[in-house]
Design a protein around this ligand. Structure first.
Ligand SMILES: Nc1ncnc2c1ncn2[C@@H]1O[C@H](COP(=O)(O)OP(=O)(O)OP(=O)(O)O)[C@@H](O)[C@H]1O
Length: 408
C-alpha cells in the first residue's frame, strides 16, 4: 500500500472553505449590496465616482461583497462604450503610511522591472508619480484599500487622492477610493477633512446571527462537502458557535473545515457534532496561543494568575486579588514582580485579545472596578500556557486544584 492515498470521503472541494475562495453567490447581504450598488451607480452613469467607506467586524463579508460587486460592475459596464473602468485592489496590512501605500500603488501600476524603491523619495514626488500612472490609464479608476486603518494617522493620501482631479493633478482620470476597515475607531480618528471625502458613502456591515451563518454555511457546504458527509445539526452548531462568539462567517467556515479535517483524519464517514466541538477547542486554543505569543513574560504570568484563580473557582475576581496571585507565582518562579499598575495594564491587554472578559462593578463612593474571568475554556488556556511558559511545577499544581474543583 502506498504511503499517500487520496481521501475524498468528506470534502468534495475543500478549497471552497479556504480564505482565497470567492463564493459565486453572496448570502444574507441584500441590504448592504443594494446600498453598495447605489453608491457605485455614478460609475455606470459615467460621472465622478463616490468614495466609499465600508466598516464592520472581521469576517462579516466586507471583502467578499466588494470583490463580488466590483466583478459584476466590470462585466455590466462593458455594455457602455463611453465608460472605461479599471479596478486596483491592495491590502494595506503591511503598509503603515500614506507614503508606503502610494509606493505600492505606483508599483502595482508599473510594468515589472520599472518599480520604484520603497524609500528615498519625498512624499509629494511619490504622489506625483502615482498621478502620472493614473492619468496614463484614463477613464474611471476605483482604488480599493483593504485594511485601510493600517495607514494610521499618516493619512495625507486619503485626503489628496479623492481631490486629485479638482486640484488639477489628474486631467483625464476619475478616481474613487473604496476604503475597508474593521477598526471602528479609525473613522473617528481621521482628520475631519479626510472623513468628509473618504466617507462620502458609508456602509456598515453588522455581525451575522446564527440563522444567517447557517445559510452561508449551507450554500458553501453544497460546494465543499461530499453528499451525506455531514450529520444533521453540524452546520447549525458551527453557526451557533460562531454567532455567539463573533458573528464572523470566517470563523464559522473555519470551524466547518477543521471539523471536516478531524473527521477525515479519524476515518469517519461524516462530520459529527463532536468533531465540531473538537474543532472549536482546537481553534480556541490556537487563538489563545497566538495571543499569548505576543505577550511578555509578565503578561503570561498575569494570565496564569487568572487561570489559577479560575482553578480555585474564584473568578470573576478583582485586580487586587489577581495581583496577589501573580505575586505568589513570581515568587515561586523566582521572577522579579511588577507593580500593580503594570499588571492592570496586562489585564486590559488580555481583555482586548479576547482571552479575558471583564465585568464592570459599581462600588459607590470608591468608583467602578472590573472583575476578570477567563473568556476561553479553562483547559484551552492552561494547555496553551503549558506550551509557552516553563513553569511545570506551578502549572501542575494549578491543574491538580482544577481537578479537585471539577473545573475544565
Ligand atoms: N454573505 C456571505 N456569503 C457567502 N460567503 C461569505 C459571506 N460573508 C462572508 N463570507 C465568507 O467569509 C469569509 C470572510 O469574509 P470576508 O473576507 O469578506 O470578511 P471581511 O469582513 O472582509 O473580514 P476582514 O475584516 O477580516 O477582512 C470569506 O471566506 C467569505 O467568502
Amino acid at each position: 500500500m502506498s504511503r499517500f492515498e487520496r481521501k475524498r470521503t468528506i470534502f468534495r472541494n475543500k478549497d471552497a472553505l479556504g480564505e482565497s475562495y470567492q463564493p459565486p453567490e453572496i448570502e444574507e447581504r441584500d441590504e448592504e449590496i443594494a446600498a453598495y450598488t447605489d453608491a457605485l451607480q455614478p460609475v455606470v452613469d459615467g460621472w465622478e465616482p463616490n468614495n466609499i467607506f465600508i466598516y464592520g467586524n472581521t469576517g462579516v463579508g466586507k471583502t467578499a461583497v466588494t470583490e463580488y460587486l466590483l466583478e459584476e460592475l466590470q462585466t455590466d459596464i462593458e455594455r457602455y462604450d463611453d465608460v472605461d473602468l479599471s479596478v486596483i485592489s491592495i491590502n494595506c496590512k503591511t503598509l503603515n503610511s500614506s507614503y508606503q501605500v502610494a509606493v505600492r500603488l505606483v508599483n502595482e501600476l508599473r510594468p515589472s522591472g520599472s518599480e520604484i524603491s520603497s524609500t528615498g523619495y519625498p512624499q509629494q514626488t511619490v504622489f506625483s508619480k502615482l498621478y502620472d500612472e493614473l492619468d496614463a490609464i484614463g477613464g474611471t479608476i476605483l482604488i480599493v484599500l483593504d485594511e485601510i486603518d493600517s495607514i494610521g494617522d499618516r493619512d495625507e493620501l486619503l485626503y489628496e487622492l479623492p481631490r486629485a482631479r479638482s486640484n488639477g493633478y489628474l486631467e483625464t482620470t476619475r478616481v474613487g477610493v473604496i476604503g475597508i476597515s474593521n477598526d471602528f475607531k479609525f473613522r473617528e480618528q481621521l482628520d475631519p477633512r479626510v472623513q468628509d471625502t473618504l466617507c462620502e458613502r458609508e456602509l456598515q456591515f453588522p455581525p451575522y446571527d446564527a440563522a444567517e451563518l447557517g445559510n452561508i454555511l449551507a450554500s458553501r457546504a453544497d460546494i465543499a462537502i461530499a453528499d451525506d458527509a455531514y450529520e444533521n445539526g453540524v452546520l447549525e452548531l458551527c453557526a451557533a458557535l460562531a454567532a455567539r462568539d463573533s458573528g464572523s462567517a470566517r470563523q464559522a467556515l473555519d470551524l466547518l473545515r477543521l471539523a471536516g479535517e478531524i473527521a477525515e483524519s479519524t476515518d469517519a464517514d461524516s462530520i459529527r457534532e463532536d468533531h465540531v466541538e473538537a474543532a472549536r477547542s482546537k481553534l480556541e486554543q490556537e487563538r489563545v496561543e497566538e495571543g499569548m505569543r505576543e505577550l511578555t513574560t509578565h503578561g503570561r504570568l498575569t494570565l496564569l494568575a487568572v487561570i489559577s484563580k479560575a482553578a480555585k473557582d474564584e473568578t470573576p475576581c478583582r485586580t487586587r486579588e489577581i495581583y496577589q496571585e501573580y505575586l505568589d507565582l513570581c515568587e515561586s518562579s523566582e521572577t522579579d514582580s511588577l507593580a500593580q499598575r503594570s499588571v492592570y495594564n496586562h489585564l486590559s491587554d488580555l481583555r482586548m485579545l479576547g482571552i479575558l472578559s471583564a465585568a464592570e462593578n459599581r462600588s459607590g463612593s470608591r468608583g467602578n472596578y472590573y472583575s476578570y474571568s477567563l473568556n476561553v475554556p479553562f483547559t484551552s488556556a492552561i494547555e496553551a500556557m503549558a506550551d509557552v511558559l516553563y513553569l511545570d511545577r506551578e502549572i501542575k499544581v494549578i491543574r491538580d486544584i482544577a481537578d479537585m474543583n471539577d473545573i475544565s
